[in-house]
Design a protein around this ligand. Structure first.
Ligand SMILES: Nc1ncnc2c1ncn2[C@@H]1O[C@H](COP(=O)(O)OP(=O)(O)OP(=O)(O)O)[C@@H](O)[C@H]1O
Ligand SMILES: [Mg+2]
Length: 255
């Protein structure tokens, strides 16, 4: 990597207390993400991917190691990273649009301005008829799309997404994947995407980081040197998919 990484995960370890003992979840995880790079993180269910993102976003502390942003140890990385948790965390008492604009309101953007900005995106996210609905009145996929839109409107340079497309049908997923690829290309955001889906990782990322089963360690970092837009049918794509699946097979069951 030439120049400073935008994000550096440096020797991060984490254990949780469990059943009178301790459950080692992350074991010396280290990797760099370059400015404007799109990195996918893939690994077996329960290996510690969400925990890793929570540490990167400052929601959990590491037992050892640290997070650096632009060469500086980040004391409160939450201010620099837009984060979409695996559970959508929409507030049940707020309408969809109010949920979507919440981070902007917290950042001090006037309500009218935040609403206008969010409304422009509602059709692409298939939410235009539901801005006044409460989360309980939305489907699982709609909630996920609302949470994704909310994360992007936060406008931070680094975006960390925890399985953002998990609950979506394949067509909607494809549309939002294309949108995410475009956002990365045009706005030059640095993106960290946790996914279970090897094809999604190859479709979108510049690099795929494979984690072992718990405790998570970096097993392999694989460059995706394929021209965009990518086709899952291309032979180089299929070959890379085989290689990543092989790497996952050696590390444990896919979740
Ligand atoms: N707050 C917590 N307290 C105690 N244990 C936790 C906590 N959060 C996670 N764990 C444990 O840490 C391990 C890793 O969990 P994590 O959610 O990070 O996995 P994951 O890779 O995101 O899994 P999945 O792919 O299913 O989302 C699990 O064994 C889980 O039980
Ligand atoms: Mg998870």
């Amino acid at each position: 990597m030439i120049g400073l990484p935008r994000l550096r995960v440096h020797g991060v370890s984490k254990a949780f207390p469990y059943d009178g003992g301790s459950l080692l979840t992350l074991d010396g995880v280290s990797f760099d993400v370059a400015p404007e790079e799109f990195v996918a993180i893939i690994g077996p269910s329960g290996c510690g991917k969400s925990t890793l993102l929570e540490i990167i976003c400052g929601l959990q502390s590491a037992d050892a190691g640290w997070i650096e942003i632009d060469g500086r140890r980040a004391e409160s990385p939450g201010k620099q990273v837009a984060y979409m948790p695996q559970a959508d965390l929409l507030f049940p008492w707020r309408r969809t649009l109010d949920n979507i604009i919440l981070p902007q309101i917290v950042q001090g953007v006037p309500k009218k301005e935040a609403e206008a900005k969010a409304r422009k995106w509602l059709p692409l996210f298939g939410l235009e008829d539901f801005e006044r609905a409460y989360p309980g009145q939305l489907s699982g996929g709609m909630r996920q799309r609302a949470a994704l839109l909310r994360t992007f409107l936060t406008e931070r340079d680094i975006v960390a997404l925890d399985e953002p497309f998990g609950a979506l049908d394949s067509q909607t997923r494809r549309r939002l994947q294309e949108w995410l690829a475009g956002l990365h290309g045009e706005l030059g955001r640095t993106i960290l995407l946790v996914t279970h889906d090897v094809e999604e990782a190859i479709l979108l990322a510049d690099r795929v980081i494979v984690l072992s089963s718990r405790p998570a360690r970096v097993v392999e970092e694989i460059e995706v040197a394929l021209p965009r837009p990518r086709s899952p049918l291309a032979s180089a794509f299929v070959e890379l998919k085989g290689r990543i699946l092989g790497s996952l097979d050696r590390t444990g069951t896919m979740g």
